[in-house]
Design a protein around this ligand. Structure first.
Ligand code: ADP
Ligand code: MG
Length: 700
């Protein structure tokens, strides 16, 4: 049989079960079945004595005879119990749900293997919701001590596709296919270097392991394969792009750059900033279009790097643009950058949806005739009407707010080459994840904060300490500081959240009455102009408190604001909390971040809050986030579809990922198109499995 054969043709399946496998597990072909790996194995030789159970924690396997199946309790307290007896003692099994169905399956007097987590309750040992398997007299075969356990659903169980029958299906499958059905896809070099099982052996042993050693080698091999092919594709993409995408050559460092660097730089650059600028400089003069991601924690000083790049472009006769995700941010960049560049006689203009009529027309004209050197704005910049005389550099701030398609539009704004692209992001991404997500981009990291920053002090407070928090706010305002109070806003519950925000605003207004205190408020339902007005009042120090939703999350810079109060902290994710906290600690004063929450918190919320209190390091926070939530939930990763691994786990398999990446790099260095006979299996595999993945090359 071919691996592409429909699943219903396999012995023991048929049309009805086939349909169910499709519906419940998306298993359509033999190959799909093969790629549905066990999630656990039962070691048939390892049973615990029941009398020893109180000394164990976690999962255990016991074997015994079932007796006294009974229904107990009423209504919500209703439960099913049974006893499992071995020669050393008795264990109570308990079920709270699915009772009727389970009761029907249980046979008193039969021998069972139970697997589950032990609970000790007043000296009584029990096992809630065990995995049960009846031993129907068959002796345990020596050859098959490790039995695979497959994830299942109630429907599958009911229709005879429980884990035991699935095991049989896999056995049938391996009886039916020949080794050639699973041809090797790695080169001999790789197999030898890493001592890998061949592909057929690996599949066989992950399903039907001969022993523990074979099993771990099978898992290792298949995990490696997953990580390796992803990295290989990324490197091939990067190399193809490097070869084909010619770019403008910014040959010289000229008078704009030098004048600014020597006379107008407002501070000394950090080592990290200097290094990053060198990296970018190398790209810009290489004759290849730059596609670089600049990562740096909030406040690490990415803006000045952008400014220096703009100057390099100007020295070579090119215009630049800088695009930010919100009007507030774009305005702030415009004002800051214009101030820096005016002394050099550079023309900086601002464009957003709210720039209309005659001013807009003028800007578009001057952009096209080359009068304007630098254009800063929102995504209004990428509209087709916006034409440059000679755009050489496009900078995108806080990239996670922009879609791929929007970025692609920038590419059409210059001829004959696309502009160099620098993407700046403050969302710290753990290294391993970055390797995977941006494996085809060049990455620069600013891993150092400017000197003299005082770390933000982070404090957790519960609702009953509200008055103390108000007291603290009063003290801080008295010594001239400004305060943010931030509320969550999640789109599904927008009205409720708005109400929440308004109530908070009223409470604060009562505690901080006019005319002694002035309060700004900003939320998503306001008109852009009103938002701007309120924001400006805060920026210029007319108001002391800014009550806002997360619209201020990204990039806003008010150095005098030194207190950040976050309401309903439990509703924010870690990276968002970190972004918010980054709004303070920008001036010389000691800054504070107060995390308000209710008293009762989930374990995960507790961990998030503890992480925030314990560290200010964005990369540590990103690592914690990755561990807590898994990679799939990190912003921007879902759409990419790049990290849906079956076996590998980017946070746990970092070493293997690095190894796979290094090997993929070495191979593509020597043989970028995989043309040598040695690499033929790799090429064949990629052609077979990935050619159809559309738009894959447009990820950046
Ligand atoms: P971000 O990386 O979050 O965009 P910014 O570029 O806004 O950070 O910089 C944060 C603040 O730090 C700004 O006020 C900026 O002027 C200041 N800054 C940046 N680099 C340095 C430096 N090397 N020394 C001192 N201050 C710096
Ligand atoms: Mg910034």
């Amino acid at each position: 049989m071919e691996l592409t054969s429909p699943i219903e043709y396999l012995k023991g399946v048929g049309p009805a079960k086939g349909a169910l496998l499709q519906k419940e597990l998306s298993i359509f072909t033999l190959e799909d079945l093969l790629n549905h790996f066990p999630f656990r194995y039962i070691d048939r030789t390892q049973f615990f004595d029941i009398q020893s159970l109180p000394h164990h924690t976690g999962h255990v396997q016991v074997k015994g005879v079932l007796s006294r199946v009974q229904l107990l309790g009423q209504g919500r307290k209703k439960r099913l119990t049974a006893q499992l007896k071995d020669p050393t003692g008795t264990l109570e099994l308990i079920w709270f749900s699915g009772i009727t169905w389970i009761q029907k399956q249980l046979v008193e007097g039969a021998e069972y293997i139970a697997f589950g987590k032990i609970q000790v309750y007043f000296d009584q040992v029990n096992m809630p919701h065990p995995e049960l398997e009846r031993l129907e007299g068959q002796p345990i075969k020596k050859a098959q001590r490790l039995e695979p356990v497959y994830s299942s659903t109630e429907k599958l169980n009911a229709k005879g596709l429980d884990t035991r029958n699935r095991r049989k299906l896999i056995q049938h499958l391996f009886e039916k296919i020949r080794k050639e059905a699973l041809p090797e896809n790695l080169s001999n070099d790789l197999l030898n270097e890493l001592q890998l099982l061949n592909r057929y052996e690996a599949y066989l042993n992950i399903h039907l392991p001969a022993n523990n050693e074979r099993l771990s080698r099978a898992i290792f091999r298949l995990k490696f394969e997953e990580l390796f092919f992803l990295q290989l594709r990324l490197f091939m993409l990067k190399k193809v792009r490097k070869k084909n995408l010619k770019g403008f050559v910014f040959e010289k460092i000229g008078s704009y750059f030098n004048d600014f660097y020597q006379h107008h730089l407002p501070f000394n650059l950090t080592k990290a900033q200097q290094r990053v600028i060198k990296e970018i400089r190398q790209d810009l003069k290489a004759g290849i279009q730059m596609n670089r991601l600049l990562q740096g924690d909030v406040g690490s000083g990415k803006t000045i790097v952008a400014v220096l790049c703009i100057l390099m472009a100007l020295d070579n006769g090119f215009q630049s643009c800088l695009m930010a995700p919100t009007e507030i941010l774009a305005k702030q960049h415009f004002e800051g950058i214009r101030e820096l560049l005016i002394p050099l006689g550079i023309q900086v203009a601002y464009l957003s949806g709210s720039v209309k009529g005659k001013p807009r027309k003028e800007i578009l004209e001057e952009l096209a005739n080359g009068h304007i050197d630098v254009l800063i704005g929102t995504h209004a910049l990428i509209e087709p009407k916006v034409e440059f005389k000679q755009l050489g550099l496009a900078i995108i701030d806080e990239q996670h707010r922009f879609g791929v398609a929007q970025r692609a539009k920038l590419w059409n704004k210059s001829r004959p080459f696309p502009p160099h692209v620098l993407v700046m992001t403050a969302t710290p991404i753990p290294r391993t994840l970055a390797m995977t997500l941006y494996g085809d981009l060049d990455v620069s990291v600013i891993d150092e904060l400017p000197p003299g920053r005082k770390a933000v002090q982070t404090i957790h407070q519960t609702e009953n300490n509200r008055l103390r928090v108000f007291g603290f706010m009063q003290e801080q305002i008295q010594i001239g500081r400004q305060i943010y109070v931030v509320y969550p806003l999640i789109e599904e519950s927008e009205t409720l959240d708005l109400q929440n925000l308004m109530e908070g605003y009223e409470a604060i207004s009562r505690a901080f009455p006019m005319p002694d205190y002035q309060i700004s408020i900003v939320h998503g339902k306001m008109k852009p102009a009103d938002k701007d007005f309120e924001m400006q009042r805060f920026v210029t120090g007319q108001t002391q408190i800014m009550v806002a939703t997360t619209v201020i999350e990204v990039g806003v810079n008010v150095p005098n604001a030194s207190v950040m109060i976050i309401e309903n902290t439990e509703r924010f994710g870690l990276s968002q909390l970190h972004q918010l906290r980054g709004r303070v600690g920008r001036g010389a004063d000691q800054s504070y971040c107060i995390l308000m929450s209710s008293f009762k918190l989930s374990n995960e919320a507790k961990k998030r809050i503890k992480t925030m209190v314990d560290t200010n390091n964005g990369f540590e926070i990103a690592e914690a986030d990755l561990e807590l939530r898994g990679p799939g939930t990190i912003e921007g990763t879902q759409q990419s579809g790049l990290i849906s691994f079956k076996l590998a786990d980017i946070s746990k398999d970092q070493a293997l990922l690095k190894q796979a990446r290094n090997l993929a790099n070495t191979i593509t260095e020597k043989d970028p198109q995989l043309m040598t006979p040695m690499n033929a299996p790799l090429k064949k595999h990629i052609e077979k499995h990935y050619q159809h993945v559309k738009g894959w090359s447009r990820i950046s």
